[in-house]
Design a protein around this ligand. Sequence first.
Ligand SMILES: [Zn+2]
Length: 283
Amino acid sequence: MPELPEVETVRRGLSPAMEGRVISRAEIRRPDLRWPFPERMAERLEGARITHLGRRSKYLLLTLDRGETLIVHLGMSGRMLIEGAQTAAYRIEHAAPQKHDHVVLHLDDGARITFNDPRRFGTMDLAPSDSIDSHWLLAKLGPEPLGNGFDESHLVAAFRGRNTPVKSALLDQRIVAGLGNIYVCEALHLAGISPRRKAGQIATPRVRALVPAIRETLAKAIEAGGSSLRNYRQADGALGYFQHSFRVYDREGGPCVTPGCPGTIRRIVQSGRSSFYCATCQR
Ligand SMILES: [Zn+2]
């Protein structure tokens, strides 16, 4: 499932092809993904200019010049394909339509942006731009982990008295938006905090240290996504996933990368999801 760095990489890949372009035709090939598409979606998109391609948590936000914003979530398996773009660095030939191409946006320079999603957990909705933050998908989200609203005092206050494991607290989108299983495991390892420790029982200086650990983890992953864009020559032109080396994630039985730590990475299951950590240096 794409997490924040993957979505940010998709945004950076799409923006040169989409920003400033007019959607000349919108092909909507089914009535829904995870939820029904908005009413008259094609009509509301066709003829609109994309003024800005932004991101909030794991949602892409396409601001249109008609006062509406298209909200896009990639779900579990969603990908964006760019074909025939004149302006993007990632120009590829038009590929044959594929089975899971659910929405195709034809842009005024001849480019096609295709949303492909085999499992159909993705989402698209249209909402007024001036009240986008109160849309039901976005209204309850906490601060962006790379934004100014996410700082040491916010996290200390959010953890105070909380009796759940720190892993669950960091996955709570109301505390911090956009963190998923992979990067929570990674950030906890960097900060030396066990995923099993109760959030409310971590000493304040260690909670404060989690903030730069989360920021560094995400920034490095976004950087890795950026290099995957620079090497972007995949045959199908799909954006959404990139190779990245992890500190602990999916490394069960491997040696810990913390300098001087003799530990081995373990896997445990918390709330039905795998946590990878080093019991030697994460306390
Ligand atoms: Zn270790």
